[in-house]
Design a protein around this ligand. Structure first.
Ligand code: ZN
Length: 495
């Protein structure tokens, strides 16, 4: 932006507007006026100031931007490497390979992940950042997030770091001072990227003593961090202890918490989470691929939002997660009825519910429902515009726009994406990122410059090769066996 007010008119679209009861009404031939980073007017044939950029939305669906409540943006260079892996194989051959990423690799991976999400129509992401091997890694990741233009909660995750791979030797300093000093500085200096990038806290070290866990969470909260997130898959890899019970018993349900997956959650877990207003981030693609179990999306006892989680395993778009959440819920429920020699009289779940999981429920999960997640005057201009007449969308979009997005839309149909009042994708093409003097400083890209997607893709390919070469020099299987012993995984429970 040049300092003058950005004014955009979205002209003559079909606007999807949430009502107070969360139903979505589609308003045909409707304009939206965006001033600066907010929606300032919605109506037909709106008048607009001179100098406004006009985006013709004829034959387009104007939707709230998708909200991804669980992802790991840094992992772009690992795409396709874990396609056949279960959670266990992925953890040691993928997640734990973060030490093979230099800060420069982290910058490109993070930027690639954030832009992949924007391209897919996602405007806000909760980034479970388990790549905190060094302060430089964190600085590069936050700079890349800010440069990308996405709205993000960068959730700083204390991780177990390894001194060597073979033999696998964990660094005993699990909660190093430098990490918490850096987190304190970031928490007190936030937000970054013109207000788009906030600092959250990601935590998975539930094996640590209660007093230590509680004191760290309290400390982080005292620095002004408002969003906390944790993985919870009740199984023989991540453990059988109930994270919701620990959250309750440790007194940690005081502020915004997102529990990712919660597959295998008991009824008691569901009760704890729903009473505390805690959202589960369901990631059906990864949960199905990696042996985590059925998503909770349509169980009905917990509030659910959606996450792409492993953009290195499958598509980054939230529409895919909406679709898969519905399909898996119906498949598992209907199969039980078929096995009982009966036939389902009706399906469970609706496309409208799935749409809300990827929009307004995601906004509630991150505590921003008054600012994002729906289209309304005064809200932030985070908007995803779909082509309504593509071969995929035609006839579906005219019959029911919400169903068309959930059941039919692919990334190809995401025409234009606006985040915080700034157009980031136009007519199906990602726009270059623009790094200005005074932006978040990166050692990878210094000085004011524009970077096209082509240039970023080239840097990503070179970085991917560097990372792949480093991983290729390791005996991954040996490290994996050592990891199973360290994590006390019971081999008799592996099938
Ligand atoms: Zn995850």
């Amino acid at each position: 932006m040049t300092g003058s007010k950005t004014i955009i008119l979205l002209k003559n679209g079909t606007v999807l507007q949430h009502q107070s009861d969360d139903t979505v009404v589609s308003l045909p031939n409707t304009d939206i006026l965006i001033q600066d980073n907010k929606i300032s007017a919605i109506g037909s044939s709106l008048s607009f100031p001179s100098g406004a950029e006009i985006i013709d939305c004829t034959n387009k669906l104007v939707s709230p931007g998708m909200i991804d409540t669980h992802n790991h943006l840094w992992m772009t260079q690992l795409k396709a490497r874990h396609a056949e892996h279960t959670l266990l194989e992925y953890v040691y051959s993928g997640g734990l390979q973060n030490f093979n990423f230099s800060p420069e690799d982290i910058y490109w991976g993070q930027l690639g992940g954030a832009l992949e999400s924007i391209d897919a129509g996602t405007t806000t992401v909760v980034d479970h950042a388990h790549m905190t091997c060094s302060p430089d890694n964190v600085d590069e990741a936050i700079a890349a997030t800010a440069h990308s233009g996405i709205r993000s909660f960068y959730c700083y995750v204390p991780i177990v770091r390894y001194k060597s791979w073979n033999p696998l030797v964990p660094d005993p300093d699990i909660l190093p001072n430098w990490a918490f000093e850096q987190l304190e500085g970031l928490a007190k200096a936030q937000p970054f990227g013109n207000g788009r990038v906030s600092i959250g806290f990601g935590f998975d070290l539930w094996f640590l003593p209660k007093e230590l866990v509680v004191s760290k969470w309290e400390q982080v909260r005292s620095w002004g961090v408002k969003l906390f997130t944790t993985h919870y898959c009740k199984n023989h890899i991540f453990g059988l202890r109930s994270v919701p019970e620990m959250l309750r018993d440790y007194g940690l349900l005081k502020s915004g918490v997102i529990v990712s997956h919660a597959t295998g959650a008991s009824e008691e877990d569901g009760k704890i989470l729903s009473e505390a207003g805690v959202y589960v981030a369901a990631a059906p693609e990864v949960e199905g691929q990696m042996g985590c179990g059925l998503p909770l999306s349509f169980r009905g006892d917990v509030p659910v939002a959606l996450g792409a989680d492993g953009h290195f395993v499958g598509p980054a778009d939230i529409m895919s997660q909406m679709r898969l959440a519905l399909t898996l819920a119906r498949h598992s429920r209907n199969q039980k009825i078929l096995d009982d020699n009966r036939f389902p009289a009706a399906n469970i779940g609706t496309s409208a519910q799935a749409f809300n999981m990827g929009t307004i429920a995601g906004a509630r999960a991150v505590g921003m429902e008054s600012q994002i997640g729906s289209i309304a005057v005064g809200k932030l201009a985070d908007i995803t515009i779909f082509d309504a007449v593509s071969p995929t969308m035609v006839c579906a979009a005219q019959y029911d726009p919400v169903t068309a997005i959930v059941r039919h839309a692919t990334i190809r149909d995401v025409a234009t994406v606006i985040v915080d009042g700034v157009v980031r994708k136009r007519n199906g093409i990602l726009l270059p990122i623009s790094i200005k003097e005074g932006d978040m400083v990166s050692k990878t890209v210094s000085g004011a410059q524009q970077l096209s997607w082509g240039e970023i893709a080239q840097a990503l390919m070179e970085s991917r090769e560097r990372v792949a070469n480093k991983i290729a020099q390791l005996d991954i299987a040996a490290g994996g066996e050592a990891f199973k012993r360290l994590a006390q995984i019971d081999s008799s429970k592996l099938a």
